[in-house]
Design a protein around this ligand. Structure first.
Ligand code: ADP
Ligand code: MG
Length: 292
């Protein structure tokens, strides 16, 4: 291999905001046939907005939001930020939460005003011994619009639903189209609900969707694909994505994401847009063609 051509490629990449760690990352990336992308913060802006608070009978909308937001103040998850911002915008006064606990891939728990409060997805309420029951239809209608629905639990009962919407990045649709043209199979892996994931995936023409995925599952999915002989790149932004980025043949971090994700990756997209992957692939191809 001529070191010069690799330096040229990494230099060109850097100019375009595509940071390639070393020659190995570039060589491996040329062989990748499968690209796994995280949804939140990778396909989407990662800036969800609170769009609805749906209290259950006997519960008050503002109070459900207040409990949810008071708890989410302790979390750094983008969904938490959406709920806290939503409460602020609606001038809801938050309280301090005690015994705060973040449950990875599920949600948050704690005590607000002496009451046990929890907030999260279906896995979260199941962990608390609850079921969605009649609320499923209401939740599904929102999910079919691509929204993420969370359950608010108060003293062991579901007090309401909170829905947030995270718009797809402007650059994503064209990037997916180009990635397909370059021959990648594109798989979405997300901790989000299957209906929400499918609604967004269908709009983007994603080839395959793995939803309700826990962070440790992302790495396992990659291992399975590798065992089938696939060469896998994984693009993600979160702390949760770090194990998967490390397991992948090439990890691709969003420069806008967590530091630990960037450290685990062979390629970093400074602007956090997937079109950087298109560029990285073209550079990898051109370089390897020169070398052979
Ligand atoms: P992803 O980044 O792919 O959406 P995460 O593992 O970050 O995956 O989150 C998975 C799911 O867990 C979320 O979609 C949400 O339902 C739930 N969740 C995680 N953290 C929180 C939180 N702070 N508040 C509410 N729900 C949460
Ligand atoms: Mg994420």
């Amino acid at each position: 291999a001529t070191p010069m051509s690799i330096m040229t490629a990494t230099g060109r990449g850097a100019q375009a905001g595509v940071l390639i760690k070393n020659a190995e990352a570039l060589e491996r990336f040329e062989k990748v046939d499968t690209l796994i992308v995280d949804k939140t913060g990778t396909l989407t802006m990662g800036k969800p907005q609170l769009v609805a608070v749906l209290p259950e009978r006997g519960h008050d909308e503002a109070e459900v939001l207040r409990l949810a937001a008071s708890l989410e103040r302790g979390s750094e998850h983008p969904l938490a930020e959406a709920i806290v911002r939503g409460a602020e915008e609606r001038s809801v006064k938050m309280a301090n939460a005690d015994d705060f606990e973040a449950v990875t891939g599920k949600g948050v728990k704690g005590v607000v005003d002496g009451k046990a409060v929890a907030l999260g997805n279906l896995a979260m309420i199941r962990e608390l011994g609850l079921e969605a029951g009649d609320l499923t239809a209401k939740a599904n209608a929102r999910r079919d619009e691509g929204e993420t629905v969370m359950f608010v639990v108060l003293d062991g009962e579901i007090a309401g639903l909170v829905a947030v919407a995270d718009p797809v990045k402007e650059t994503t649709p064209a990037a997916i189209e180009n990635l397909h043209e370059l021959g990648f199979r594109v798989i979405m892996a997300t901790g989000d609900n299957e209906r929400t994931a499918k609604a967004i995936g269908a709009r983007l023409g994603i080839d395959e969707i793995r939803a309700d995925v826990l962070p440790e599952d992302k790495a396992r999915i990659i291992k399975e694909l590798q065992a089938e002989g696939r060469k896998v790149a994984m693009a993600g932004d979160g702390v949760n994505d770090a194990p998967a980025l490390a397991q992948a043949d090439v990890g691709i971090a969003m420069g806008t994401g967590a530091d630990v994700a960037i450290e685990s990756a062979g390629i970093t997209l400074v602007k956090g847009n997937l079109d950087g992957i298109v560029r990285a692939r073209r550079l990898a191809r051109a370089t390897m063609r020169n070398i052979r």
